[in-house]
Design a protein around this ligand. Structure first.
Ligand code: SF4
Length: 157
């Protein structure tokens, strides 16, 4: 059966930086019941605690973080790049372990966002971009969807 790597917070796990989760989606619960889901929170897997300060990537491009060209910083200016890169490595290890080709990750997260991201100014400005984990997964051939694209993913399974 085709498995899916999924952001832990989309299943209601309270792992977000602010200690929150998200309401479970009906389709996600069905996939969970089918045993399809491999759940990860890259930021927690990378060693960060919950709750934690919000973090953004200057320019919003996770691939540049993986290249060492951009940091990830909290709103207090702390450099949390290493934890974000470690989390991305853990996610890549999971997709390799389980032969995963699809991921359903939380939109607009500096780890998980797949289409757009915040610009690093902590002022709510969005830019085209992706999170560090989303970029790492794309680079190893995983197709990444977000919670607004569940129907697109469902059509592929
Ligand atoms: Fe963890 Fe990703 Fe959810 Fe952030 S968006 S809490 S990194 S699973």
């Amino acid at each position: 059966m085709e498995k899916i790597l999924v952001s832990a917070c989309l299943l209601g796990r309270r792992v977000r930086y602010d200690g929150g989760g998200f309401d479970p989606l009906q389709q996600l619960l069905a996939w969970q019941a089918q045993g399809r889901l491999v759940v990860v929170c890259p930021e927690v897997a990378g060693g960060l605690s919950t709750p934690r300060p919000p973090a953004e990537i200057p320019g919003g491009q996770g691939a540049l973080v993986l290249n060492g060209e951009r940091p990830v910083r909290t709103d207090q200016g702390e450099d949390v790049t290493q934890a974000f890169v470690r989390g991305a490595e853990q996610a890549v290890a999971l997709v390799r372990q389980h032969g995963i080709r699809y991921a359903l990750l939380k939109a607009r997260s500096p780890s998980c966002g797949n289409v757009e991201n915040y610009d690093g100014s902590f002022s709510g400005v969005r830019v085209s971009g992706e999170g560090v984990t989303a970029a790492a997964l794309r680079q190893v051939g995983v197709r990444v969807f977000n919670e607004e694209q569940v129907a697109e993913l469902a059509a592929l399974l």
